[in-house]
Design a protein around this ligand. Structure first.
Ligand code: ASC
Length: 151
């Protein structure tokens, strides 16, 4: 998929995701939604990781598709961290998320920038490029997990 196409598609999806906020009937639904998005994100991001680390063979087309899905999935959870969604279902989300909204949102923004670069790297089909971008993106994942996710 062309990067411009991915970006156009994700812009539309993020528009849909940001209005999803009002659509959650219960906090439980919002928590389920974001957990589902993280499951999809982790599955596809993790498969790029497996290629980067040599656990599975590198297939540039598969990596490109995974990067596109990871980018879309990474843009979904933010709309599901609305007020009152700290409780309602088992969650590892820490209360600090709702106390440090600007900082939390900045973390998502940073991840987004690296995810976009990962997509550009995946399009080159060059494993070394993907390795660098994957590492940079993974650091932005970890930064938020360290601060805002219970073990
Ligand atoms: C993954 C995955 C995460 C991140 C994180 C990066 O593949 O599931 O949560 O990478 O481990 O540090």
């Amino acid at each position: 998929m062309k990067l411009s196409r991915i970006l156009a598609l994700t812009a539309a999806l993020v528009g849909a995701a940001s209005t999803a906020h009002a659509q959650f009937a219960k906090p439980e639904d919002a928590i389920k939604y974001r957990q589902s998005a993280y499951t999809v994100l982790s599955t596809h991001f993790g498969r790029i990781g497996a290629m980067v680390n040599g656990r599975i063979p590198f297939d540039p087309k598969v990596a490109e598709g995974d990067a596109a899905i990871a980018l879309v999935a990474s843009r979904l959870p933010m709309a599901a961290f609305g007020d009152g969604t700290d409780k309602g279902r088992e969650t590892r989300a820490k209360p600090e998320i709702w106390k440090e909204k600007d900082k939390f949102n900045a973390g998502f923004q940073k991840m987004d920038e690296e995810m976009v670069k990962l997509n550009a790297a995946a399009k080159t089909g060059n494993l070394d490029n993907i390795k660098v971008a994957f590492g940079n993106t993974a650091r932005t994942c970890k930064a938020c997990h360290d601060e805002y996710r219970r073990d």
